[in-house]
Ligand binder design. Structure first.
Ligand code: ADQ
Length: 478
């Protein structure tokens, strides 16, 4: 792609969508990185010429901008200190807990906040550098909440949207943040704010009204400039999705089907395979899931090798204390369950603390008779959508927490409240025992929902809303 100075569509996200991989001969190349946002945005940028502003994944000086995967990638530098303060600190140890129901306590440090501001300024400057006059800017997630207002100050000609991948907390929790007003002000620099659920959008609007005295009406918040001019910002829900067609096709490929058979055989051909796939994060409800499974084993509801449980837990935020503790706890529990209920060659839990290619994930999904998606709080949860997409055979059953964004779309699943261990156990058993005909009906309905609301539709809706904000977009004719 030829180098251009500016672009009509600019994405800003904490991370660039690539990782540097160094070969044995010392040469390095960029590979597409794993993760929810990257999976989603890749299909959005396909066929569009745009720039992506983000951190390249290595502390220190940033590499020079480069073209990759049909995009102009513009790296933003982060120092080792800033990684600890802006990213692991303020983003993941202050905002992340507050935005996820304070499942673990949030930590407040003024130095973290200072670096969060400084890094947001750096991102805003980088955005302005690559944005063409009147360009659309799409800012992602909780790490960059000050960027909308900072960009507007530098470049009032730009159309600015922000999308929150995680929940937006109820006002009572958001109120704990010492810098809540600055964050509201940062976000209100946008023309349009997109959230996963309408409850998240409503939480933001309420926070702007109750904590910051802004005037609000329905989905809109009015901001008043010092010179008296008014601007209206719209906040609404646009639930993210996945590349349904692409993943479906992958899941039907002979290689993936063969690999699924192989996995089942290597698990010892159990009658029931249960599966969990998550970043190793305390929001995902892994401990609750293991507890329910352990109790079912101790009650003799089922036993290995007829039933087995595979838990894939992607390494995540390994330097943050709460994540270190979680890992120890999960691994101790897995050890205890296997020590008590496993037999030679048949562990009760197969625990994999690793990342896998998409093909392997698609094969695993096909092996899973029961998919356990039991977060205590999750903005959306793409795993739930990926699972049903891979089940073109209409087999399997999805156990889904009501505290995920996904549940608001996939009602036709086995709903659970992961805090209710007894209820979770019953739901797991129900998912196993339900008549396959009924399970197929549920699976068909969930698949239809995801196929009709894929990632392309999400992106189109976001960009339509951005274009028409602050008004509601005119619905497109079918
Ligand atoms: P995450 O919290 O990372 O995303 P999720 O939506 O489940 O959660 O996305 C995880 C992605 O990583 C999925 O595509 C999954 O297949 C993949 N993945 C997980 N484990 C893997 C492994 N071991 N190997 C390879 N791939 C693996 C955040 C929010 C979510 C929101 C997304 C997108 O927390 O609520 O759904 O962004 O908006």
């Amino acid at each position: 792609m030829p180098r251009q100075h500016t672009y009509d569509l600019v994405i800003a996200a904490n991370r660039l969508p690539v990782d540097r991989v160094v070969g044995p001969d010392g040469s390095s190349e960029w590979h597409r990185s794993p993760g929810g946002l990257v999976t989603a945005m890749e299909s959005v940028m396909r066929g569009r010429e745009g720039a992506w502003v983000g951190w390249a994944g290595e502390a220190g000086e940033a590499p020079a901008p480069f073209a990759e995967a049909g995009m102009w990638l513009h790296p933003v530098p982060l120092s080792e200190d800033e990684l600890q303060t802006y990213y692991e600190g303020f983003s993941n140890d202050t905002l992340w807990p507050i935005y996820h129901d304070v499942i673990v306590p949030a930590h407040f440090h003024r130095e973290w906040w200072q670096d969060y501001q400084r890094v947001n300024e750096r991102f805003a400057e980088a955005v302005c550098e690559v944005a063409a006059p009147g360009a659309r800017v799409w800012i992602h997630d909780y790490q960059l909440q000050l960027v909308p207002a900072l960009v507007r100050r530098l470049r009032p000609d730009l159309r600015i949207g922000w999308f929150n991948h995680i929940p937006f907390p109820p006002v009572e929790l958001f109120a704990q943040l010492p810098w809540r007003s600055q964050i509201i002000e940062g976000l209100l620099g946008a023309d349009y704010l997109g959230f996963q659920r309408s409850a998240d959008a409503a939480n933001f609007v309420r926070a702007a009204r109750q904590l910051d005295g802004r005037s609000t009406r329905g989905e809109t918040v009015t901001t008043t400039h010092p010179d008296g001019r008014e601007r209206v910002v719209r906040a609404s829900s646009v639930p993210i999705s996945i590349d349904y067609a692409g993943l479906e096709q992958l899941a039907r490929s002979p290689e993936v089907l063969a690999r699924a058979e192989q996995i089942r055989t290597s698990l010892g051909d159990p009658e029931i395979v249960m599966l969990g796939v998550d970043r190793l994060d305390y929001t995902k409800g892994i401990r609750h899931r293991l507890k329910a499974y352990e109790e079912l084993l101790s009650e003799g509801a089922f036993c290995p090798p007829e039933v087995t449980f595979v838990q894939v837990a992607t390494p995540s935020r390994e330097r943050v204390e709460a994540y270190k503790r979680l890992r120890t706890e999960v691994e101790t529990t897995v050890g205890r369950i296997n020590g008590t209920y496993g037999t030679l060659g048949s562990p009760a839990v197969h625990y994999l603390h690793q990342s896998y290619p998409r093909e392997e994930m698609a094969a695993l999904f096909q092996v899973a008779d029961v998919m356990l998606v039991t977060p205590l709080r999750d903005g959306m949860n793409l795993v739930a959508k990926e699972y049903v997409t891979c089940r073109h055979d209409l087999g399997g059953a999805l156990v889904l927490s009501e505290f995920t964004g996904a549940w608001h779309e996939l009602h036709q699943s086995f709903v659970c409240n992961p805090h209710d261990i007894e209820g979770l156990k019953q739901t797991m058993l129900r998912a196993i025992e339900t008549d396959p005909k009924d399970r197929r009906r549920l699976m068909r309905a969930s698949r239809r929902r995801v196929s009709e609301h894929d990632v392309q539709r999400w992106a189109d809706r976001f960009l339509d809303n951005l274009a028409s904000a602050p008004e509601r977009p005119t619905p497109k004719r079918a």
